[in-house]
Design a protein around this ligand. Structure first.
Ligand code: UT7
Length: 335
């Protein structure tokens, strides 16, 4: 028995924010952003839309494809929950009107969706659950410093959500092609935690988590050592991709499509070059959505599975790298 991921769906908030829009808020330019990152525009939520709201809108598109078959667990990945606690899993459960099924929250940032697939696959194969709703959702726009001080990070991120359902089945019933989950590998190295993190607010701060200094000095925003993260991202995504391909015993030339995490178009091009995968077999959405962290891969797959001509047995590879550091790759095959 294999595990499949099916009924991919996405939701992007309607408000489009272009690079020119950002250049009115901070010292940046469309030219700089496109040249360094590939991003042309991204989506931002408007009040009162939250991360769980985006997840729910995407999940509706997934559940509708199941034609009444129930899900019996939720695994939700985000670094930008509606509240410090509880996580978004329980909010998604109640907003969708689902019964009192378990809701797991995953905190692995850009690798969160692949980590969630990993967990979902293990749980359905051991028959603990039958059909797991897997969510990657993010609202960055209210958590970044939209001034010149935060420009190195602020121009990169956007809001959005993607979902699918994982089950232990041979055949899919969803309208959108399903993916068999083959080889996968996840990693972490917390020695690099401070290279990309949101240090405040957290329990490492005394005597209280929120101080006036925190607010005055804008310490509540994420910080990143961009060049170092870039180097590690390329190295690790290539390494882990080679590793899952070797486990399956196939060369990269057999992969029909790579649907990688979307942090920087230059990162993805370098990963493609290192793997020997040409640009027409790399599927990117960063130009229109920026980096939506845990949501980039399900959003990308929901587009790719509808828009790219695919055939049963075609191999699809996803790889991710992000804060933690965490990274991983999952090799899939069109059902
Ligand atoms: O998804 C999680 C993983 N995240 C990533 O993988 C992101 C990895 N890092 C990156 O994508 C790149 O490092 C960035 C896009 C963040 C930055 O690109 P870079 O080529 O590494 O630029 P840099 O940080 O070295 O900055 C170059 C210059 C600096 O000016 P000086 O010191 O040369 O005068 C920056 O101050 O560009 C300046 N700069 C900007 N200029 C205009 C930084 N951000 C901006 C901006 N607009 N938004």
């Amino acid at each position: 028995m294999t595990a499949i991921a099916q009924a991919f769906s996405r939701y992007l908030p309607p408000k489009v924010v272009t690079n020119d829009d950002l250049s009115k808020l901070m010292e940046t330019s469309d030219e700089w952003i496109q040249k360094r990152t590939g991003i042309k525009e991204r989506r931002f939520v408007e009040a009162p839309t939250t991360t769980s709201d985006l997840a729910v809108e995407a999940a509706k598109g997934t559940l509708e494809q199941l034609e009444g078959k129930p899900v019996d667990a939720i695994i939700a990945a985000t670094l930008s929950p509606d509240f410090d606690f509880p996580g978004i899993g329980v909010l998604v459960q109640t907003k969708l009107g689902l019964p009192e099924i378990p809701a797991f929250d995953i905190r692995n940032q850009c690798s969160g969706f692949l980590y969630s697939l990993e967990l979902a696959k293990a749980l359905v194969l051991q028959k603990q659950y039958e059909r797991i709703l897997v969510v990657g959702a993010e609202v960055h726009s209210t958590g970044i410093d939209l001034t010149s001080r935060g420009r190195d990070i602020a121009v990169l991120f956007g809001d959005g959500a993607g979902t699918c359902v994982v089950s232990a089945e041979e055949h899919a019933s969803s309208r959108i092609p399903a993916l068999r989950l083959l080889q996968s590998e996840m990693h972490s190295d917390g020695a690099h935690a401070s290279k990309l993190w949101c240090q405040h607010i957290g329990s490492a701060h005394f005597p209280t988590r929120v101080t006036q200094e925190l607010l005055d000095e804008a310490k509540c925003f994420p910080t990143m050592e961009g060049k170092k993260v870039f180097e590690h991202a390329v190295k690790r995504m290539v390494e882990v991709s080679h590793s899952v391909l070797a486990k399956e015993g196939i060369p990269a030339s057999k992969v029909r499509l790579v649907v990688p995490h979307q942090a920087n178009l230059r990162i993805n091009t370098m990963v493609g070059d290192a793997l020997g995968v040409p640009g027409d077999r790399l599927f990117n959405t960063i130009e229109r959505y920026g980096n939506t962290t845990a949501a980039t891969i399900p959003i990308g797959l929901s587009h790719a599975l509808m828009e790219v001509p695919l055939h049963p047995e075609d191999y699809i590879l996803s790889c991710a790298f992000g804060s933690g550091f965490t990274w991983g790759a999952t090799l899939m095959q069109v059902v």
